[in-house]
Design a protein around this ligand. Structure first.
Ligand code: UD1
Length: 416
């Protein structure tokens, strides 16, 4: 891509990656046909479909609609090859224990953003009465009966909250999950489970109370818009001194992000299902601290660093969720950023312009952050391993081009 273009126009954001994959897993909880609409057309959706098929479901993915037919009797062992390609596939654990009283799920393996243990998932299932072991590269959970329990999470883990919630909806009695995650994607999951007949109180708060029921019914559900993708476009507007209107995202899901961008000097206006961000001059430096929702999302940390790299002044970015995410900073330095890290902190002194270089995307969000940085760099920047970006940003290059970016996708990979 060639830097320098001011991005302007409208972009429509579709359903959230971090919601749809969990909703697909939730379909396991009820025999019959569940339909999800507004699904993003990203590779993770067919990968998750493969995981569900390995458990005995029939899954049809047609553009933005996914139809899942769950059988009366599920297979309780997920296939290693399907699971290993998709980290989020661990969220079949809770539904499988709930329906089959036994689940065997291979560990999906490492991730470029830091270690992702499953201890809180396992401890929660143990409290519900499932004998749970992580050994030989897989999680095995066995339960004669699942019963309600009081569960305190050490940290409001998104994945652990989802797995425990999806097991508790079919457990006998009442479960209380304290210090639960409050992300909008958890609320979306609660909404779908409630439509299926689950009895859940406290959705969107840090205490979820679940009264177990004996069976759930399949449903039809529209996936919420992707707040991380929407916020990425907001950063793009500010960094390129442009003006972008985003549709399809509830602006309240990114209240804090939009407030930060206002502090950086942006004009922000919101509507029911979207927002507009306009930037006249150079952004002023602001500090960012990543935290579980409603804090600043760790998934947006690369965008925060990319913005700070071209802002006026010095920013401190603190990462509290995934320790290895600062690897991204090395790639930003290749683009001319004045940045260094120390433990959980990165200090970034803004420069007038970044300078082009070949850089590598190590994960979805780092990839998007590098593209935003490349849009503010002199010369031609090449971002490699962009298939990471495809996993979270449907039609990313097409959307960028429609907004006026000078960007193209090329096939060849260089020698590393
Ligand atoms: C989800 C999102 C990811 C996002 C993250 C935090 C999906 C598919 N992915 O990941 O994009 O960055 O939330 O918002 O939805 N932890 C433990 N033990 C556990 C579970 C988690 O120590 O049993 C730690 C993790 O190492 C991490 C922190 O808790 O440091 C948060 O992880 P978690 O919220 O579980 O993230 P994911 O659900 O994996």
């Amino acid at each position: 891509m060639n830097g320098g273009a001011r991005l302007a126009g409208e972009v429509r954001v579709v359903g959230a990656k971090n919601s749809v994959l969990k909703l697909m897993a939730a379909a396991l909880l009820a025999e019959g046909t569940t339909t999800l609409t507004n699904c993003p057309e990203i590779l993770d959706v067919p990968l998750m479909a493969d995981v569900l098929c390995s458990l005995g479901c029939e899954v049809d993915v047609q553009a933005s609609t996914v139809t899942i037919v769950a059988p009366a009797t599920l297979r309780n062992e997920a296939d290693y090859r399907s699971v290993s390609r998709l980290r989020a596939s661990v969220c079949v654990l809770g539904p499988l224990v709930a329906r089959c009283r036994r689940a065997v799920v291979p560990l999906p393996g490492g991730d470029a953003i830091g270690s992702r243990p499953l201890d809180m998932h396992a401890n929660g299932l143990r409290k519900l009465g499932a004998h749970t072991e992580i050994s030989h590269g897989r999680v095995v959970a066995d339960a004669e009966d699942l019963h309600g329990a009081q569960i305190w999470l050490d940290f409001p883990s998104v994945g652990a909250t989802e797995n425990i919630l999806m097991a508790a909806v079919l457990a006998d009695g009442t479960t209380v999950i304290d210090n639960a995650a409050r992300e909008p994607e958890i609320v979306d999951l609660c909404t779908m489970l409630q439509q299926m007949g689950a009895k859940i109180e406290g959705s969107g708060t840090s205490t979820l109370t679940v009264h177990g029921v004996t069976a759930l019914q399949p449903t039809e559900h529209r996936v919420i818009g992707d707040r991380i993708v929407g916020a990425t476009w907001a950063f793009a507007a500010v960094m390129t001194r442009g003006e972008i209107t985003v549709q399809g995202v509830d602006p309240h899901h990114i209240d804090l992000v939009l407030d930060k961008l206002r502090s950086a000097g942006a004009d922000v206006s919101t509507a029911i299902d979207g927002f507009s961000v306009a930037m006249r001059g150079r952004a002023e430096a602001v500090d960012f601290v990543t935290l579980p929702y409603p804090g600043f999302a760790t998934d947006l940390q690369p965008m925060a660093i990319a913005l700070s790299a071209v802002a006026e002044g010095t920013s401190m970015i603190t990462e509290n969720v995934f320790e290895a995410r600062f690897r991204f900073v090395d790639e930003m330095v290749r683009l001319g950023a004045d940045a260094r890290t120390d433990g959980h902190h990165a200090v970034v002194r803004g420069v007038e312009r970044l300078s082009s270089a070949p850089v590598w995307a190590s994960d979805i969000r780092a990839g998007a952050g590098l593209v935003l940085a490349g849009l503010c760099a002199d010369g031609t920047t090449e971002v490699w391993d962009v298939e990471h970006i495809d996993r979270g940003y449907p039609r990313f290059v097409e959307n960028l081009r429609a907004l006026g970016a000078d960007v193209a996708r090329v096939a060849a990979e260089p020698e590393r």
